[in-house]
Design a protein around this ligand. Sequence first.
Ligand code: ADP
Length: 204
Amino acid sequence: MKIIGLTGGIGSGKSTVAQLLEQQGWVLVDADRIARDIVEPGQPALTELADAFGQDILLPNGSLDRGLLASRAFASREKTDLLNSITHPRIQEETQARFEAARQGGAEFVVYDMPLLVDKGLHRDMDATIVVDVDAEERVRRLVEYRGLEETDARRRIAAQIPDDVRRAAADFVIDNNGPREALDGQVAGVVEKLHALLGSRDS
Ligand code: ADP
């Protein structure tokens, strides 16, 4: 089984590309999804977070008040480290479990959709890395128009990530998503074709 990293700046179209890869028969492991799943009610990390940051971070229905946790966890470096010490091991464990489940299920290609893949140097563990690339100004426009973010918030989030040229330099394949949504189909099919040829075929 090959694990292909998929990354890009916020608003670049990773989720859109991930869906196209799923349609090509790849199994999706979504890092953002895992980060949410490990703090669902009933998960040990949620109990530990409430013990560490206050029981009132739990809403009446038992789910996490993300805003309140964020305000406390990002108040200092020490608190952020505490948050990470609770969530990171669970995230890593769950990520490995999903890779293993894909392997058991006979998957040949897994796409690991991870916004911070290059920021964290995880691209080095991948069999290959795909970067979805869009000019920052266009990403701001899409985040404001389609995702309802405030422009300043969109710019702040983009500025908090590694520069686009550093991310691009880590790519084995760059998908240019500056054009219309339809221009992705052919590019994704081309990358899949190349990766199957390089790393294995659907039938082998
Ligand atoms: P990411 O997962 O990288 O943050 P998304 O896949 O959610 O990005 O894309 C951000 C937004 O831009 C979404 O609303 C998506 O539908 C839209 N989008 C993606 N590709 C294009 C495109 N080529 N043209 C216009 N809008 C696009």
